[in-house]
Write a protein that binds this ligand. Structure first.
Ligand code: KIV
Length: 270
């Protein structure tokens, strides 16, 4: 799968599915599920590493997890899902040269074929333009942008008409800068439909209603593994309870098995 395939999906009316992965095990699950694209999202800082926000993860950290995800895929690379890696906080905000070096490293040292970054401030649009011209496919991210948590929080974005019009303009700027798709997070559903009809590139929603060209979910949320479930992403299974109950059963069974005579005989006298 390649970035251009996602644009073709939009043109031919096929819905796009994207799931996150953070290690080889989760990569194998989402590939087996048939996801079109797999995102090594920086949400892994919270989901897998226990941080309170996505800000602490480094470029080396993202690379480490992306390499693990690459190793979890099976089969010919051309038949694998499109692998996209989030550029972490401060890897693309400090100038275009540094952003090219960071994104280039992710593509050189893993099998990621694209990067995702958040926002559409003029500096960010300039970075996207440069990355795309250097041959690095970019997915944008609008609406709730977790790297800007200290500015906007985790609340639903674009609730009034002026901010909705601003977001539509930003979407167009991302498309003009060369993004091949945009993630739209936690915004009113009507706005997603409007953006989807405004842009030629796919709008992939999360907490943004059904009127999108595709949907993305944090896999750990869908599996019920995360302690704090976002309100817009309900779990499909109670994974945390399922797994911890299974392990509790095993531990209880082991504790209740009496040692065999053989084992007792082998106990050292001390
Ligand atoms: O980091 C992430 O997992 C994401 C998704 C919420 C789209 O950006």
């Amino acid at each position: 799968m390649r970035p251009a395939d996602l644009i073709r999906f939009k043109q031919t009316g096929q819905s796009i599915t994207m799931l996150t992965a953070w290690d080889s095990l989760s990569a194998a699950w989402v590939q087996a599920a048939g996801a079109d694209a797999v995102l090594v999202g920086d949400s892994l800082a919270m989901v897998a590493l226990g941080h309170a926000t996505t800000l602490p993860i480094s470029l080396d950290g993202m690379l480490h997890h992306t390499q693990a995800v690459s190793r979890g895929f099976q089969g010919m690379p051309s038949r694998q899902p499109l692998l996209i890696c989030d550029l972490p906080f401060l890897s693309y905000q400090c100038g275009e040269d540094l952003a090219v070096a960071a994104a280039g490293r992710l593509l050189k040292e893993s099998s990621a074929a694209a990067v995702k970054l958040e926002g559409a401030e003029p500096e960010i649009v300039a970075v996207i333009d440069r990355l795309v011209r250097m041959g690095i496919p970019v997915m944008g991210h609008l609406g709730l942008t977790p790297q800007a948590v200290h500015r906007f929080g985790y609340r639903r974005q674009a609730q009034d008409r002026p901010s909705q019009e601003r977001l539509l303009r930003k979407g167009l700027e991302l498309e003009q800068a060369g993004c091949f798709a945009v993630v739209l997070e936690h915004v009113p559903a009507e706005l997603s439909g409007e953006l989807r009809r405004t842009l030629n590139i796919p709008v992939i929603g999360i907490g943004a209603g059904d009127d999108c060209d595709g949907q993305v979910r944090v896999t750990a949320d869908l599996l019920g593994l995360t302690p704090q479930q976002p309100p817009f992403s309900p779990a499909l299974v109670a994974g945390h309870h399922l797994f911890s109950d299974a392990l509790k059963t095993w531990v209880t069974q082991q504790k209740s098995v009496p040692p065999t005579r053989e084992e007792l005989r082998q106990e050292p006298d001390c």
